[in-house]
Design a protein around this ligand. Structure first.
Ligand SMILES: [Zn+2]
Ligand SMILES: [Zn+2]
Length: 380
């Protein structure tokens, strides 16, 4: 083929491709978020903080349901502001309507839609989300304490949103928060809101036994704020629930069985992150034969959506292992290992010591892990 005809062919192919894609309808498809279930619990993907045109959001409630379904979520809460209704000249001020509309499509799509509201006050106490409520209108009262009480009598799970806002002075824990926690009214805190991680909120959650939450607080159409078609995702609260139901999610939140999935990080208690990581990873090889200092390969597969970044925490006396490695999402990588001189022959079950730097069990504390590996040392 001449250069000219190759060029013509390329041009034709490219043009045909462009024409086709320009006219293809957008596929209304769901892409699952993939993390393994835990031994006793399902791993559900949830966003407990979203807005619609019924407060200061910019989309109709059904859009929230379809976005969440497409993004692979199991549950969302619709949490329009009680006190802030800037579109009231154009839409009804009935504070229950956004949930009612979103849950209609939600049930059709098998998406769990949770009835919520955002109690929107100055600091303290700032903005609080009350979810699993039955009537948002009852929260529309002058005193914030009465709004919290009205949510509580409805069985609400209440958490503190974006704890640095409003106020403009960073995150400050006020006596009002202590009182809410001591009275069992405040049970959770956003450690992530949008793209912001609050290490201080993470510390408070650990100290004060609050449930870790990670939510979008989305006001725009999702794909105006997140590059969802390029692998980006909204922040998600992973909930470890006994069943895929609203009741089981509520129970899990009360029992603090959550983790944060935000950007390229997971944040949560060791109890959940350790098995989540362990169950994501499969060591593919049969027992590896090690002979002298020749390099040998172990295949490690990561079936989760997240690239895991590992750093070795100590050297092994018997084996040379990489100082750093990445286990990319949905890929199998070769881990190069070598023996050491003077190693006696025989089978050993080793555990390779690593920290996973993008899995945080505390603000500055990565998850420590040990990859199990069976090796057969051969004499030479
Ligand atoms: Zn807010
Ligand atoms: Zn909000």
């Amino acid at each position: 083929m001449t250069n000219m005809s190759l060029f013509a062919l390329l041009l034709a192919t490219t043009t045909a491709g462009m024409t086709a894609s320009a006219h293809e309808p957008v596929l209304r498809a769901r892409t699952p978020i993939q993390f393994p279930d835990l031994p006793e619990y399902l791993t559900l993907k949830c966003d407990f903080h979203t807005h619609t045109v019924f407060s200061d959001g910019l989309v109709w409630p059904t859009v929230r349901s379809e976005e969440a379904w497409r993004e692979g979520l199991d549950a969302i809460a619709i949490t329009d502001h009680i006190e802030h209704q800037p579109h009231k000249a154009d839409v009804t001020t009935n504070r229950n309507r956004s949930y009612e509309i979103a849950s209609g499509l939600g049930s059709e799509l098998d998406l769990i839609v949770i009835h919520g509201s955002e109690i929107t006050r100055q600091m303290p106490p700032g903005h609080l989300n009350a979810i699993f409520i039955t009537n948002s209108e009852a929260l529309s009262v002058p005193e914030w304490k009465d709004a919290v009480a009205a949510a509580h009598v409805q069985g609400a799970f209440i958490f503190w949103n974006h704890p640095n806002y409003p106020g403009g002075r960073g995150e400050i824990w006020y006596p009002e928060h202590t009182e809410l926690v001591e009275r069992g009214l405040l049970r959770g805190i956003e450690v992530v809101n949008g793209r912001t991680y609050y290490p201080q909120a993470h510390r408070w959650a650990i100290e004060k036994h609050l449930t870790l939450m990670s939510n979008s607080d989305i006001h725009n159409a999702l794909n105006l704020d997140y590059h969802v078609h390029d692998g980006d995702h909204r922040p998600v609260t992973l909930v470890f629930a006994r069943a895929r139901t609203a009741e089981a999610i509520h129970e899990a939140l009360l029992d603090r069985r959550t983790a944060v999935y935000s950007g390229d990080r997971l944040i949560g208690d060791q109890t959940f992150l350790a098995p989540l990581f362990a169950r994501s990873i499969h060591i593919v090889n049969p027992p590896v034969q090690i002979e002298g200092q020749e390099p040998h390969y172990v295949q490690v597969h990561n079936e989760s959506d997240l690239d895991y970044l590992l750093e070795r925490t100590e050297e092994l006396a018997t084996l040379q292992i990489p100082a750093k490695m990445t286990l990319p999402a949905h890929k199998t990588v070769l881990l190069e290992i070598k023996g050491r001189t003077g190693q006696s022959a025989g089978e050993q079950i080793l555990s390779l010591p690593y920290r996973v730097t993008n899995l945080l069990v505390g603000p500055d504390e990565p998850l420590q892990t040990r990859l199990p590996l069976k090796v057969q040392f051969r004499s030479r």
